[in-house]
Ligand binder design. Structure first.
Ligand SMILES: C[S@@+](CC[C@H](N)C(=O)[O-])C[C@H]1O[C@@H](n2cnc3c(N)ncnc32)[C@H](O)[C@@H]1O
Length: 205
């Protein structure tokens, strides 16, 4: 699996660009900086953006090439990020530690997906914030019309609103919508797509 991502990230260009995701840019500045985790952070555009806002940033991904690009991006922007290589099982994040977790197109294989989101939610403190943007199950229709939009092609990896409620049951929903968006993120996310957007505040431990 990491070969697919390593091959993508080996290219000189940043696959999803160097600019942070628009939804993250819309939502993150509403919160006081603290400790934030970026699962499946790829080439680091979102992690670097959060560090520039003053957040103490942790990130992980299973792609070594992604880690190299992310650390390069952090260096040229003169910020620090703690980027770890591995799957969730290999990393030892603390329970109830982070003030925020941002899932930006953090799609995991269908067989581990539910377990992953629930476990990662456990790393958040009470009152901690989740910011999530992922492709919705309806995104499959958009990919047929516009292959440049990218995203997983397996409907079980894609998301529904019900799944967000299932994986994050103990959260106050600040926003939860499915919507059509026009993405312009590097060469791999371009044009109209369908996403789920979620901001939630953790209610209990
Ligand atoms: C679409 S990219 C998103 C990258 C980044 N979040 C962004 O928005 O630019 C999906 C990422 O998920 C990572 N990934 C997939 N399965 C993973 C797993 N089990 N553990 C950690 N990372 C994983 C891939 O290596 C890839 O970097």
């Amino acid at each position: 699996m990491s070969n697919f991502w390593d091959d993508r990230y080996k290219q000189k260009e940043f696959a999803y660009g160097k600019e942070a995701n628009e939804y993250l840019k819309q939502m993150l500045p509403k919160y006081e900086p603290g400790k934030i985790l970026f699962p499946a952070e790829g080439e680091g555009r979102n992690a670097v953006y959060a560090a520039q806002l003053g957040w103490q940033v942790s990130a992980f991904d299973l792609s070594l090439e992604g880690k190299k690009k992310a650390e390069y991006l952090a260096n040229i922007n003169q910020v620090k990020i703690d980027y770890r290589l591995g799957t969730l099982e290999e990393l030892n994040y603390q329970q109830n530690y982070f003030d925020a977790v941002a899932f930006i197109f953090a799609h995991f294989p269908a067989q581990i997906k539910g377990d992953y989101y629930t476990k990662i939610g456990g790393f958040l403190k009470k009152d901690g914030i989740i910011i999530l943007e992922v492709f919705s199950k309806n995104h499959i229709q958009y990919q047929k019309i516009n292959p440049n939009i990218g995203g997983p092609q397996d409907v079980d990896i894609l998301f529904s609103i019900d799944e967000v409620k299932l994986f994050f049951p103990n959260y106050e929903i600040i926003e939860l919508v499915e919507k059509e968006v026009n993405l312009s993120e590097g060469s791999c996310h371009n044009g109209l797509g369908s996403v789920i957007r979620f901001v939630g505040k953790k209610n209990d431990l």
